[in-house]
Design a protein around this ligand. Structure first.
Ligand code: PA5
Length: 465
């Protein structure tokens, strides 16, 4: 461990602290230790066979150099960057920028010379407003899609590309960057034909595991963030997650604790609750990673298992005034994952005053936030409700890199403990197929008929107009 390393305190997961009703026993940990070791070995084997490319991203020196070359080649006039992509091709980058850039207020000078705008939906509202508000002559477009065929991203691209081209003519090609599969897919073809700069998402890196590759590093460098420090932190965490010894590997321990609480104590919901505004988007990234990776119908043998913890997000202290009532007194089905950042970087001392708030005088707001976190944690524990706490000395690029890799590794380990493939997402295919059918896409005629028939067969009398 070095100065800024993440630590995991799981004492309040244990019956010794919170009672046996909600807490785990030493026997529980002993029982899962061998399975955890086998899970870590299975992940290591897949890494060694080149199947899990995310594990290598922190050490990919050529990757970050390629990103920097692309950023260097982007004309300075391109100060507003529209970043198109969805799911794993967007959430990581959004989390990165929110955590590491100072918040921006309209009247404040820019924190970085470029502004990035993320569009991760086919809802036209924000994009339509952006195209009205921005001057395309000052814009660049980054389109991120591993497959190159995702419908939401394809639709955004079809709208934004002509908007930039109409304003810039041939120069538009210098403003468009595609991050996609190195060889395959419609986007790769389009980018090559148009002469755009491109960066690869390696074929063995899935979207939700791609933040430490070009999908995250390009937006990070465009915003002038320290991507190398991010990779350094991630690389150190990758080293810590290499051991197959449960009590020495923090991500393996997280996976084991969540699995045990889910299967042995009925705590099916994992609530990530950072006490930091800067980790709101990170929480959304976690939800996607945990849900899309672990929610699966079939196990490795093809048997129906229908497993997966439900991820939820909350932000401290905001959600103490929203969801905490439910966490404290509602169903005993949750494990709280708190995140504490020791150094708030900016603090405000509350001035002394008379009246109702006098007790706050002289305290820092960061101290207040931390006291609220500790009070909440203990309140849950006193009622036998489990939690664990991840602590980081600082939320800088190095710390964030650790957090990203920690959860990615934990997801891979948890997948093995559940006996499922954490790296596919078959459950989202049917909905896409049916939507294509409704849009009349060639090759989806049968799906179109299927959904039309299903819609017209819905029972009547169950709607209020
Ligand atoms: O994590 C995943 O694999 C998904 O969420 C994808 O990132 C998302 O569906 C977007 O896919 P693509 O990058 O191919 O456009």
């Amino acid at each position: 461990m070095v100065g800024n390393d993440l630590s995991l305190d799981y004492s309040l997961c244990m019956g010794a602290a919170i009672g046996d009703r909600g807490g785990l026993t030493e026997d529980d940990l002993a029982t899962i230790a061998d399975r955890a070791t086998a899970a870590a070995d299975a992940v290591a084997e897949r890494v060694n066979h080149g199947e899990l490319g995310f594990w290598q991203l922190p050490g990919d020196a050529a990757g970050i150099e390629a990103v920097e070359a692309v950023v260097h080649a982007l004309p300075e006039a391109a100060r507003e960057v529209l970043v198109l992509g969805i799911g794993g091709s967007s959430l990581g980058a959004q989390a990165l920028l929110e955590a590491l850039l100072p918040p921006r207020f309209e009247t404040a000078p820019a924190a970085s010379p470029r502004r990035l705008h993320f569009f991760d939906n086919s809802d036209p509202f924000r994009l339509a407003h952006a195209l009205e508000a921005l001057d395309p002559r000052h814009c660049a477009m980054v389109v991120v899609s591993k497959s190159g065929g995702t419908v939401e991203t394809a639709a955004q691209l079809r709208v934004v590309r002509p908007w930039i081209e109409a304003a810039l003519g041939e120069e538009a090609a210098t403003r468009c960057i595609a991050v996609t599969d190195p060889e395959h897919g419609a986007l790769r073809k389009e980018a090559t034909n148009a002469g755009w700069q491109t960066l690869p998402i390696p074929s063995n890196v899935g979207g939700r595991f791609s933040v430490l590759g070009a999908a995250g590093l390009l937006p990070a460098r465009l915003a002038e963030l320290d991507a190398r420090a991010l990779l350094r932190g991630a690389g150190r965490m990758a080293e810590r997650c290499r051991t197959n010894v449960l009590h020495e590997n923090p991500a393996l321990m997280l996976a084991a604790l969540c699995h045990l609480h889910d299967r042995a104590r009925g705590h099916h919901i994992d609530v990530l609750m950072p006490y930091s505004d800067r980790l709101r988007a990170f929480s959304a990234w976690f939800v996607q990673l945990w849900a899309e990776s672990l929610g699966k119908r079939k196990d490795h043998q093809g048997q129906t298992v229908e497993v997966g913890p439900t991820p939820l997000t909350a932000v401290g202290a905001t959600d103490q005034h929203a969801q905490m009532q439910l966490f404290m007194e509602g169903p005993r089905d949750k494990l709280l994952l708190f995140v504490a950042i020791a150094d708030a970087e900016r603090d405000l001392t509350i001035p002394h005053s008379d009246g109702p708030g006098a007790y706050l005088g002289g305290h820092g707001m960061a101290e207040l936030l931390d006291a609220e976190r500790r009070g909440t944690t203990q309140a849950l524990a006193s009622d036998g409700r489990p939690s664990l706490t991840l602590s980081l000395p600082r939320l800088d690029a190095d710390g964030l890199g650790q957090l990203f890799f920690f959860f990615e590794a934990a997801t891979a380990f948890a997948g093995e403990l559940y006996g499922i493939n954490a790296f596919d997402q078959p459950g989202v295919e049917l909905g896409k197929r049916l939507a294509f059918g409704l849009l009349g896409r060639q090759g989806y005629e049968e799906a179109g008929r299927e959904i039309e028939a299903a819609l017209s067969a819905r029972p009547e009398g169950y709607r209020i107009d």
